[in-house]
Design a protein around this ligand. Structure first.
Ligand code: MGD
Ligand code: MGD
Ligand code: MO
Length: 763
C-alpha cells in the first residue's frame, strides 16, 4: 500500500440531499477504495437481515420487515473497511519502526489493511515482530499474574459481541478488579446515569414501532445523515404521515434537512426529496438546557392561563399526579427562569421557542431523539434529565409513539453494559456471579475512562488491555496520554487494524489480530454466531460468512478465553475451552446470570427485528428510589460548565460523514461541503471578521481552560460557516489534543467534547 495524501482542500457548500445519488456515487468510490472482491457485495446483501450479520457500524435497530438492501452508505463503508483486500503483514512491520509510523495519519494506518499475525514489540529495533499465539498468551499471563489487579485496566470498545463481553467482564472480576472502562464512558454514559435516576432504566424506552404512532419528534444534537443513516427511512415515513420534526442543532446538518431515499426508484429518478425537519433551531453549543427551559416555561404559562379560563389543562396533570415525583420543585424553577437569560443562553429568539412549544403543547405522542450534542457536555446528565422533564410534563413516556430515544453509537455498546462491562458494582448481579463461578467478586468501584486516563498519566495504571477501539486517540489530553503510555508495564491491543494507540508501546507490548464480525468464525463445534443488542434493546444474532482476512486470526472469545486461562487459576466451574468451542454455552451462562433478560436465549436468536429484552419504564413501572418518574430542576441554563469570556469559544468536536470514530475512511465531508482535508475550523462570518481573520487563513487553536496547561492544535483552515456566534466546529479525533482530561460531564464522566473552551491564535 502506498501512503496516500489528502487532495488539495476544497470547501464549498453541498446542495444535494442526504441519501440520493450522492450516496450511490459514494458507494461506487468506497468499494474500489478498499479493493474488495465479489464476496463483499454478497455480504452487503446479507447485512442486517435475520440470518445475516449485524452491521459493524451504528446501533440503529434493524426492522422486522427489511428492505431488499438493508444497509446505508455508512454501513457499506464499514463492511468494505472490514473486508478490504489490503493486509498489514509481518513484512510491513519489518519495514517500519514505530517512531516512523507515528508520523502517519490515522487514515494511512488503517487503510494499510487488516492485521494478519500476532505481533510482539521489540524495543531493540523499535519494530513489531511476528510471534506465536502461545508465546503471546504465556508472556502476557506471566507479566499480569503477579501484578496488583488494581493497576490493570481492561478497556473495551462497543463493537464486541455479548459473548466476548461477558467473558471479558467475568475475567476482570475473577482477576480482581472492575476496571472496565468502555467506549460508552465517552458517549452515552450521561444517558445511562440520567435516565436511570429519572425513570429507573438506563436506556431509551422506545422501539421502531413508535415511529409509526408518534405525531411529533423533538430532535437534539444527533447527526442522523452521517451517524445513523438508516433512521432516515423512519423519519421519512414519519414526514409522509405529517409528523412534525423539531430539530435543535447548532449546525444545519443535511440529513436533518432533506433526504432522498436511494431505495426508492421514483424519488431517485425524479430527484424527489423529503424535507425532514419542520422546524430547525440553531441552538448554541451547550444551549439546550435553556431552549428546553423556554419550552417548559411556555407550557407552564399556557397551562396556568388554561386553568384560569376553565379550559382543559396543557400539562398532563393526571399522569403527573399518578406517576411522577419532584414536580413542584421543577415547576418552581421553571417559573423562576428568566426569559432574557433563556434567550441569551440558548441563542434562540423567544418566538422560535414559542413555535416549538406550540407544536409540543398540542402533540399527542412525542419521541425525543438525541445524541452526543446533549451527552458530551459538563451538564450532559442535566441535559438528559431536562429531556425527561419535558416528556413527563405531557405524559410522553410509557405510551405508544412517545419516550426518550437516545441514539447509541457502537453496534453493541448498549449490550456490553447489559452483560457486565461496567466499573459500577450496582450494575452487575455480583452475588449471582459468585454463586455461579465460586469466587469472591470485587466490590470496589473500578476505573471509568476519565479515571483510567488519570491513572495512566499519574502512573498508578501499569497495564492496559484493550478489546478493540483506539483508546489513546479517542480520549482527551492526547499528548500527556501518549507520553505516559510508554511507561506502562504492559499494553495488549486486540484489534483488526493498525491504529495510533498501537504505536505507543509499553514495556511488554502485544498486538493481537482478531476476526471481524462479518467473517466466518469456525470453532471445534462448527460455525459460530454471536449476538448484539441495538439502541432499542432488541437482541440479534449475527452470522459471519466472509473468508477471514488471515489464517492466523483468532476470534475475540478465543482470545479472551486464552487470556483468562493464563490470568486465573483453574476453576472447576468454568471451562473456558468449552465456551470457546461452542458459543451457545456462553449464552447459556449469560442466561444463568441474567435469567430475566435472557430467558431461553439460544432459542430466540433469529427473531426478525431481534427479540426485545423489555423495559419497565415503557410500562410505566418506575424502578427509581421514589418508585415514581423523577422531575429534576436543572442547576442552571448553560451546559458548558465554563463562563464565557472575551476571545473564548465553545469548540464542538465533530465527526465527518467519512469516518467511524477514529477510523478515517477519507477526507471528504460531503454534507458539509469539505473536500480533501480534515483541517477545517468552522466559524461564524462575523466572529471571523471580529477576530481579524480571513476565509482560508491558517490558524491554531489553544485550550482556554484556565488550568495553566498549554494545549494546541495547529494548521486549521478558517472556514466561514452557518454556525452560531461564539461556537466553533472542528474534527474529532484530531482536536482531542485540546481537551483537558478534567473537562467531563458531572456524574457520568463523559469527556465534554461538544463544548471545549478554546481561543484562536495565529497559526
Ligand atoms: N458513520 C458513522 N456512524 C457512526 C459513528 C461515526 O463516527 N461514523 N460513530 C458512532 C458512535 S460511537 C456514536 S456515539 C454516534 C455519534 O453520533 P452523533 O450523536 O450524531 O455524534 P456527533 O457526530 O459527534 O454529532 C453530534 C451532533 O450534535 C451537534 N451538536 C454539537 N453540540 C451540540 C449542542 O450543544 N446541542 C445540540 N443540540 N447539538 C449539538 C453537532 O452539530 C452534530 O450534528 O454515531 C455512531 N455512528
Ligand atoms: N473529541 C471527541 N472525542 C470523542 C468523541 C467525540 O465526539 N469527540 N466521541 C467519543 C465516542 S462517542 C466514542 S464511542 C469513542 C470511540 O472510541 P473507540 O471505540 O475506542 O474507538 P474506535 O475508533 O471506534 O476504534 C477503532 C478501532 O477499533 C478496532 N476494531 C474495529 N473492529 C474491531 C473488531 O471487530 N474487534 C476488535 N477487537 N477491534 C476492532 C480497529 O483496530 C480500529 O482501529 O470516542 C470518543 N471520543
Ligand atoms: Mo460513541
Amino acid at each position: 500500500m502506498v501512503k496516500q495524501k489528502s487532495d488539495a482542500p476544497e470547501i464549498e457548500p453541498f446542495e444535494g440531499p442526504a441519501g440520493g445519488w450522492g450516496s450511490v456515487r459514494s458507494l461506487a468510490e468506497i468499494l474500489p477504495r478498499e479493493r474488495v472482491g465479489p464476496e463483499a457485495l454478497r455480504e452487503l446483501v446479507r447485512q442486517n437481515k435475520p440470518d445475516g450479520f449485524q452491521c459493524v457500524s451504528c446501533a440503529w435497530p434493524k426492522p422486522k420487515h427489511h428492505h431488499p438492501a438493508e444497509f446505508c452508505e455508512e454501513g457499506a463503508k464499514a463492511t468494505a473497511w472490514e473486508l478490504t483486500s489490503y493486509r498489514t503483514t509481518p513484512d510491513f512491520f519489518q519495514q517500519h519502526t514505530l517512531t516512523e509510523l507515528r508520523d502517519w495519519k490515522d487514515y494511512d494506518l488503517e487503510q494499510n489493511g487488516r492485521l494478519t499475525h500476532p505481533m510482539r514489540y521489540d524495543a531493540a529495533t523499535d519494530k513489531y515482530v511476528a510471534c506465536s499465539w502461545d508465546e503471546a498468551f504465556a508472556e502476557i499471563g506471566a507479566t499480569l499474574r503477579p501484578m496488583d489487579p488494581k493497576s490493570v485496566v481492561f478497556y473495551s470498545s462497543g463493537r464486541t459481541s455479548l459473548e466476548a463481553s461477558y467473558m471479558y467482564g467475568l475475567m476482570a472480576r475473577m482477576y480482581g478488579n472492575q476496571n472496565l472502562p468502555d467506549s460508552s464512558n465517552m458517549c452515552h454514559e450521561s444517558t445511562s446515569v440520567g435516565l436511570k435516576a429519572a425513570i429507573g432504566v438506563p436506556v431509551g424506552t422506545t422501539r421502531l414501532e413508535d415511529f409509526e404512532t408518534c405525531d411529533m419528534i423533538l430532535f437534539f444534537g444527533q447527526n442522523v445523515g452521517s451517524n445513523a443513516p438508516r433512521m432516515l427511512h423512519d423519519l421519512r415515513s414519519c414526514r409522509k404521515r405529517g409528523v412534525e420534526i423539531v430539530t435543535f442543532n447548532p449546525l444545519k446538518e443535511r440529513g436533518l434537512e432533506r433526504f432522498t431515499d436511494p431505495q426508492n426508484p421514483i424519488e431517485m429518478a425524479t430527484l424527489g426529496e423529503t424535507n425532514i425537519s419542520t422546524q430547525y433551531h440553531q441552538v448554541k453549543a451547550g444551549g439546550d438546557l435553556a431552549a428546553m427551559m423556554g419550552i417548559a416555561k411556555f407550557l407552564v404559562e399556557w397551562h396556568d392561563a388554561a386553568i384560569a379560563a376553565g379550559q382543559p389543562p396543557v400539562l398532563d396533570t393526571t399522569f403527573i399526579a399518578e406517576h411522577t415525583h419532584g414536580f413542584d420543585a421543577f415547576v418552581a424553577s421553571v417559573r423562576a427562569a428568566d426569559w432574557d437569560a433563556i434567550v441569551q443562553e440558548s441563542g434562540l429568539p423567544k418566538a422560535e421557542l414559542e413555535e416549538s412549544a406550540r407544536l409540543y403543547a398540542k402533540a399527542k405522542a412525542v419521541l425525543a431523539i438525541y445524541g452526543m450534542g446533549l451527552t458530551q457536555h459538563v451538564k450532559g446528565v442535566e441535559n438528559v434529565r431536562m429531556v425527561v422533564n419535558l416528556l413527563l410534563m405531557r405524559g410522553n413516556i410509557g405510551k405508544p409513539g412517545a419516550g426518550p430515544t437516545p441514539v447509541r453509537g457502537h453496534s453493541n455498546v448498549q449490550g456490553q453494559r447489559t452483560v457486565g462491562i461496567t466499573e459500577k458494582t450496582e450494575l452487575v448481579p455480583v452475588e449471582r456471579l459468585e454463586k455461579q463461578y465460586g469466587f469472591t467478586a470485587p466490590r470496589e468501584k473500578g476505573l471509568n475512562t476519565v479515571e483510567a486516563c488519570r491513572g495512566v498519566i499519574d502512573g498508578s495504571v501499569k497495564a492496559f488491555v484493550a478489546l478493540g477501539g483506539n483508546f489513546l486517540r479517542a480520549v482527551p489530553e492526547t499528548e500527556p496520554m501518549e507520553a505516559a503510555w510508554t511507561k506502562l508495564d504492559v499494553s495488549v491491543q486486540i484489534a483488526t487494524k493498525l491504529n495510533r494507540n498501537h504505536l505507543f508501546p509499553g514495556k511488554v507490548t502485544y498486538l493481537l489480530p482478531c476476526l471481524g464480525r462479518i467473517e466466518s468464525d469456525v470453532q471445534a463445534s462448527g460455525p459460530q454466531i454471536v449476538t448484539v443488542e441495538d439502541s432499542t434493546s432488541c437482541i440479534h444474532a449475527s452470522r459471519g460468512k466472509a473468508h477471514p482476512a488471515s489464517d492466523h486470526l483468532l476470534s475475540e472469545p478465543a482470545i479472551v478465553g486464552a487470556l483468562a486461562k493464563q490470568l486465573l487459576p483453574p476453576n472447576p466451574k468454568i471451562d473456558w475451552d468449552a465456551w470457546v468451542a461452542d458459543y451457545a454455552l456462553i449464552r447459556d451462562a449469560i442466561e444463568e446470570t441474567y435469567p430475566k433478560i435472557f430467558p431461553d436465549f439460544n432459542n430466540k436468536l433469529f427473531k426478525p427485528g431481534g427479540y426485545w429484552k423489555g423495559n419497565k419504564a415503557s410500562e410505566r413501572i418506575w424502578l427509581t428510589e421514589s418508585g415514581k418518574a423523577e422531575f429534576l430542576a436543572p442547576s442552571g441554563l448553560c451546559a458548558t460548565g465554563f463562563d464565557d469570556a472575551e476571545g473564548r469559544f465553545r469548540l464542538m468536536t465533530l465527526r465527518s460523514n467519512d469516518q467511524f470514530n477514529t477510523t478515517i475512511y477519507g477526507y471528504h465531508d460531503r454534507f458539509r461541503g469539505v473536500k480533501g482535508t480534515r483541517d477545517v475550523l468552522f466559524i461564524h462570518t462575523e466572529d471571523m471578521t471580529a477576530a481579524g481573520l480571513s476565509d482560508g487563513q491558517i490558524v491554531a487553536l489553544e485550550s482556554d481552560a484556565g488550568d495553566g496547561i498549554t494545549r494546541r492544535r495547529d494548521g486549521l483552515i478558517v472556514t466561514p460557516y452557518d454556525i452560531p456566534r461564539g461556537c466553533l466546529g472542528a474534527y474529532y479525533p484530531e482536536c482531542n489534543v485540546l481537551m483537558p482530561v478534567e473537562h467531563y460531564a458531572e456524574e457520568s464522566f463523559v469527556p465534554a467534547a461538544k463544548s471545549v473552551p478554546v481561543k484562536i491564535v495565529a497559526g
